[in-house]
Every structure is written in structure tokens, then in C-alpha cells.
Design a protein around this ligand. Structure first.
Ligand SMILES: *Cc1c(COP(=O)(O)O)cnc(C)c1O
Length: 459
């Protein structure tokens, strides 16, 4: 399979380029030249597979020029052997809603599902190609934890994580800062998540620095994460839908990564009706999906911090598809965004987006109320991100054939959950030690030179 950049379709890339670089050299996002398609017959075959078999089948389609079938099987099985459920994910009912629980991995958020596989892919690719790399990643809380857990203690790889100082939950931070591993470095940046993401993007753009440290990225713009997240849309569909029936997915959304994976699943032939982008008060996606105007505003700090994002990077992949792969057009729109702080989609293209997506947002109070109501009615504790996924369904009056992605374990956001329900959600037993382990991180100012020097000192 060959890959392109959303900003220049004349040059092609291999899976290895895409995996190691994360971002295309022209600033665009990597995208496959052609998305594979499963026929109805194929879907019948896939329906009987275990989660791991299904994952191998789908992932292999995107990386067969780098890994053979046995290698992919091996990577997938190793990645999921320590999950707390043998099916990797769990599906339960809340009234008529199917709740797809994606938080049974080591750091209690859906990001483990992709990141564990990526950790094992790094190991194989680095060994095969005799490489050493440094991963630099910005996190709004959960990506960093998942990446640290997947990469800690591995050979030939170091990881630097930038999180916004005092803007993530205690548990989120402790997952990253208590590893006591020689190859893990945490930076608490004096700024918000968009500052962290901007710094990492600038370091990627600084070719001299980037090359000198052999820099690699695992943020949600990394194509491989998208591929791995496609799998649970298929798995869940097979478990909850009747044959050929179309279902809807409500997805708590920040960087548009997880929900975009659902869109790719639909393009691959999965019968999905609507994908619902559920956001908190950082509602850029709701505004663009309703009006066609993409205009980032100031980031607001909320009780669902993993979605406190105004620049939904993966949206560029969607508009590339909607504009039928016209990379000149995408470059123009991105230039407008940079220079004018906004771009507008034309009516025809907006309509194409609205055929596939809906969006709604929840205020802080509405989110809290959902947590309280679900507990009172069902005795189930949910985290604030998941609550947003559930709450927007009510606002949009969706009642049938719905799945909400439960993106984090309630214990990861125990303060909010406890305030609303008077119940303290328990951490899984084997994770309780992070509460008392010693933390290790370095507070740094929002200054690229200072951060670069820190990284150079440590590699
Ligand atoms: C990262 C994250 C999200 C948002 O996912 P995107 O792929 O950035 O849209 C939602 N919920 C939780 C708990 C997360 O960690």
C-alpha cells in the first residue's frame, strides 16, 4: 500500500515512512492512496473472528509492505495479552444505548488500544532497520500515559512527553510520572495543550533539530493509530447489529482521530449511518459541521480535559477525502487557517460532511448531570468524556441502533465522578500503586529553545 500527503499527492511514501515520521515533510497528514474495501461476503467472514484475529486482518491490509501476517499476529497478540478483558473491549447496555468500553488497557483510556500495538511495531521496525529514535509527544492527558506505558523500558527508543502543567488530572499525570524508567522523560509545560502541540509541531518543522535527534511522533495525527482504532468499530458492529443493519456511533471527540477511524471503517464497507462528534464547550467541530466555518477559538479548561482542543488536526484528513483528494485545495485551506485563523467549506462539500456526521456539544453542567443521572438510574459510573457521548444522543433525540464509545475509565477522573455520585470509582487493583509511587517530571517554560536543550541533554 502506498501513502500520500494531504498537501501533495504527487509524492508517495511507504508504511515505514508513515509510521516513523508521523507527519509528512510538507506539513500535511499521511493518507493511503486507496482505502481497502470489504464486500458483504468478506464481512460475513470477519464476523466470526476474535478481536485479535479481526485486528490482524485489518491492520495487515495497511502495512503488508513492512510486516508479514505472522509478524502482525504476533504484534497484536503481545499487545493485548495484559488487557483486563480477553476481548480487548467490552460492550454493555445502558437502557437502549450500547456502551463500547475501550478502557480496559494499562492506562485506562482508549488510547492504549492503539498505543500498545505501536510500541510493539516500534520494537520490530527499529530492530529490522537497526535504528535509534526519540519520540516526542504532546498530551492533553491520556496519549502521554498510553505512550509512556507502551514504550517504557524498550531498547533504542526514548520518549519525551509534554503535558500542560496543572491542566490534567492527578491520575493522568501519575500514570506518566511514576514509571521510574530510564528512557521516559516528562515535561510539565507552562501553557495549555494547544501550546504543547504547537511546540511539538515546531520541533518537527525544525529540520536540523528533528534530524539531529531522529525524532518520531505518536500524536493522534499518526496514521497507524487511526488504523488500529478502525478495528473496534467493526468488532462492535458485529456484536450489536442485525445483518446489514446500519448503526450510529456517538464519539467523544477532541482531535478528530477516533471518530475519523469510524469514517474510514464506513469507507471500508461497514454499514454505519451517522457518526456523531460529541464535544465539550471546545466546540469547533460542532461549529464546522453545522456551518462549514472552521475557526479555532481560545481553549477552555473543562472537566473532560482530553477533549480540550481547538485545533482538531485529523479534520484535514476528512476534508482531503471530501474534496476528492485535491491536495492543492487542502494546502490553500490550511494556508488560510494559518494566515486568517479560519477557512470555509463550500456548500457541496459541507453537505457531504453532513451526510456522514452530526455534532452536538455539552456544557459543564449538562455533563455533570449525565454522570449523576446514569448513576441514579442504572448504578453505572461513567467518566466525563463518556458522559458527553451519551448526553449528546439525548440532545439529538437518537433512540435506536446506537453505540457510544466509552473512552476512559471513571477512576481516571474520580474527582468529578465522586462529586456527582458520592461514590469513589475504584482503580483496578494492580494500578493502585501509582497513587503512592514517587513522581518524576521537569517543569519548563513555554519556550522551544529551552525544551530543545532539555531534550538534547537527555539523549
Ligand atoms: C483522547 C481522548 C478523547 C478524544 O479523542 P480524539 O481522537 O482526540 O478525538 C476522548 N476521550 C478520552 C478519554 C481521550 O483520552
Amino acid at each position: 500500500m502506498e501513502y500520500l500527503s494531504t498537501r501533495n499527492i504527487k509524492k508517495t511514501y511507504s508504511f515505514k515512512d508513515v509510521f516513523l515520521k508521523g507527519l509528512a515533510p510538507d506539513g500535511g497528514l499521511f493518507i493511503p492512496k486507496k482505502i481497502p474495501f470489504y464486500s458483504k461476503e468478506d464481512l460475513k467472514r470477519l464476523k466470526s473472528l476474535t478481536y485479535q484475529e479481526l485486528a490482524s486482518d485489518i491492520i495487515l491490509k495497511f502495512c503488508s509492505d513492512e510486516f508479514n501476517k505472522n509478524e502482525v499476529n504476533d504484534i497484536v497478540n503481545t499487545s493485548y495479552k495484559n488487557f483486563r478483558t480477553s476481548n480487548v473491549v467490552n460492550i454493555r447496555k445502558i437502557g437502549k444505548i450500547n456502551l463500547l468500553e475501550l478502557f480496559h488497557g494499562p492506562t485506562l483510556a482508549f488510547k492504549d488500544i492503539a498505543m500498545q500495538v505501536i510500541g510493539n511495531m516500534y520494537e520490530k521496525i527499529l530492530k529490522k532497520n537497526d535504528l535509534k529514535i526519540n519520540v516526542v509527544v504532546a498530551t492533553s492527558g491520556d496519549t502521554g500515559a498510553a505512550a509512556v506505558n507502551a514504550i517504557r523500558d524498550r531498547q533504542n527508543i526514548k520518549i519525551f512527553v509534554l503535558h500542560p502543567h496543572n491542566k490534567i488530572s492527578d491520575i493522568q499525570r501519575k500514570f506518566m510520572t511514576t514509571t521510574n524508567s530510564k528512557n521516559v522523560f516528562n515535561i510539565a509545560l507552562e501553557g495549555n495543550f494547544d501550546d504543547c502541540q504547537k511546540l511539538v509541531k515546531s520541533m518537527f518543522a525544525d529540520k536540523k533539530f528533528n534530524n539531529s535527534i531522529n525524532m518520531s511522533g505518536v500524536n493522534s495525527i499518526n496514521w497507524t493509530r487511526i488504523v488500529i482504532q478502525i478495528v473496534y468499530y467493526f468488532f462492535c458492529y458485529f456484536k450489536v447489529a442485525n445483518q446489514d443493519e446500519k448503526i450510529n456511533f456517538s464519539v467523544p471527540t477532541g482531535n478528530f482521530g477516533d471518530i475519523y477511524a469510524g469514517y474510514v471503517a464506513k469507507k471500508m464497507g461497514l454499514p454505519i449511518n451517522k457518526l456523531i462528534a460529541a464535544t465539550n464547550t471546545n466546540d469547533i467541530l460542532k461549529r464546522v459541521i453545522k456551518s462549514g466555518s472552521y475557526k479555532p477559538e481560545k481553549v477552555l479548561h473543562t472537566i473532560s480535559p482530553s477533549m480540550d482542543i481547538q485545533v482538531a488536526s485529523n479534520f484535514e484528513r476528512l476534508i482531503f477525502d471530501i474534496y476528492s483528494g485535491n491536495s492543492d485545495k487542502i494546502s490553500k485551506l490550511m494556508k488560510l487557517l494559518q494566515e486568517k485563523g479560519e477557512f470555509k467549506l463550500e456548500a457541496t462539500e459541507l453537505k457531504k460532511i453532513q451526510d456522514n456526521f452530526l455534532s452536538e456539544s455539552l456544557s459543564e453542567n449538562e455533563t455533570k448531570l449525565v454522570i449523576k443521572e446514569i448513576y441514579n438510574q442504572e448504578k453505572i459510573l461513567i467518566d466525563p468524556h463518556t458522559a458527553i457521548g451519551i448526553g449528546v444522543l439525548k440532545k439529538l433525540k437518537f433512540k435506536e441502533n446506537i453505540v457510544t464509545l466509552a473512552t476512559a475509565h471513571p477512576a481516571k477522573f474520580y474527582n468529578v465522578v465522586k462529586n456527582e455520585t458520592q461514590v469513589v470509582p475504584e482503580l483496578p487493583a494492580n494500578l493502585k500503586k501509582i497513587l503512592i509511587d514517587k513522581e518524576n517530571y521537569k517543569k519548563l517554560p513555554n519556550n522551544i529553545k529551552v525544551v530543545q536543550n532539555y531534550i538534547l541533554e537527555k539523549i
